[in-house]
Design a protein around this ligand. Structure first.
Ligand code: PLP
Length: 306
């Protein structure tokens, strides 16, 4: 069952209706880059507690990014269980589940013989290298001023991005927190997944390409700010953002390069027929060795690929 983020009325009515059969309620506390509003998380906490349903936060993105205590400290709401990954281990593979002891105890291997344990096993479970790295990362993040530094730099980037798009006359909403944010190319309010579908996806992808041309690597969604970013990187990124925003405004939005799929109304679709049609037609000869009497045809790069 899926409930809309930031809509506590609909979410509450679903939970109340199905309370007897719900095993848990799981939410990304910063939903992609959409912050919770009007006490949404607090209300969800209160509701799940009242119905005795475990509340799980997916903090794979927000854990150690919004602060040492993740989104739950940042938004001051404590879930029953929490999933962590990514930032915890400096790029090494590690996933962590933490939370209420009485729930975690159900995975205690000593209970297996009693027959009431949840069995957990996996190839990389308890991986010592990833665990050692995670402890080292946490020691670094605990140093004074670390989070103040990334938040200050992220705020500069976020505000600069907002201003650049506004000055270029591009309708966009910059959403998120200073260490993880993104522009949504729409003048509509962004409050849940459905509202993000109203953005101009082609424009969003083209912005990514224009930034790449200027030396800034950004995924098709978010900007992530880390401790590795210094003042020079922030200044360079802000210059690139300004330049890319003006270019985006100046030139018509064409199909983005380097993206094998385009997003249309929120659904991933195959690359458009136009780019496929421009590829050389496959013929039996092209697939096999060249005929002895004819010179081999030069190889043609597929258009639009990088
Ligand atoms: C919010 C969130 N949760 C969890 C994951 C991890 O998913 P998986 O373990 O399937 O890669 C991701 C990966 O990007 C994520 O963004």
């Amino acid at each position: 069952m899926i409930a809309p983020f930031n809509d506590i009325e609909t979410t509450a009515s679903l939970i109340k209706k199905h309370a007897d059969t719900l095993g848990a309620v799981i939410v990304e506390p910063l939903c992609r880059t959409i912050p919770p509003r009007n006490g949404f998380l607090q209300a969800l906490r209160e509701l799940t507690r009242r119905h005795d349903i475990p509340l799980i936060f997916d903090e794979v993105v927000t854990g150690f990014r919004l602060g040492l205590g993740g989104a739950q400290t940042h938004y001051d709401v404590t879930p029953d269980l929490c999933a962590l990954g990514k930032t915890i281990s400096g790029g090494h593979p590690l996933g962590v589940v933490c939370g209420r002891a009485d729930i975690l105890d159900s995975a205690d291997p000593s209970r297996i013989s009693r027959g009431d344990a949840v069995r957990l096993s996996g190839t990389y479970m308890n991986n010592p290298i990833s665990s050692a790295v995670a402890l080292a990362v946490i020691r670094e993040l605990e140093q004074p001023g670390v989070y103040e530094g990334v938040v200050e730099k992220g705020t500069r980037l976020m505000q600069g991005l907002e201003k650049a798009l506004h000055d270029a006359g591009i309708a966009a909403r910059v959403c998120g927190e200073p260490t993880v944010f993104q522009p949504w190319f729409t003048d509509q309010d962004i409050r849940d997944h459905r509202s993000t579908l109203k953005q101009d996806h082609k424009m969003s992808l083209r912005f990514v390409d224009l930034l790449l041309d200027r030396g800034i690597v950004k995924a098709h969604e978010k900007f992530f700010v880390s401790t590795a970013h210094g003042d020079d990187e922030i200044a360079h990124t802000l210059d690139a953002i300004q330049d890319a925003a003006h270019e985006l405004r100046k030139t018509p939005v064409t199909l983005p390069r380097g993206n094998p799929v385009m997003l249309s109304a929120g659904r991933q679709t195959r690359a458009p027929a136009r780019s496929r049609a421009r590829r050389p037609p496959a013929s039996p000869r092209a697939l096999g060795p060249p005929a002895p009497s004819a010179p081999a045809a030069p190889r043609t790069r597929a258009p639009g690929r990088r």
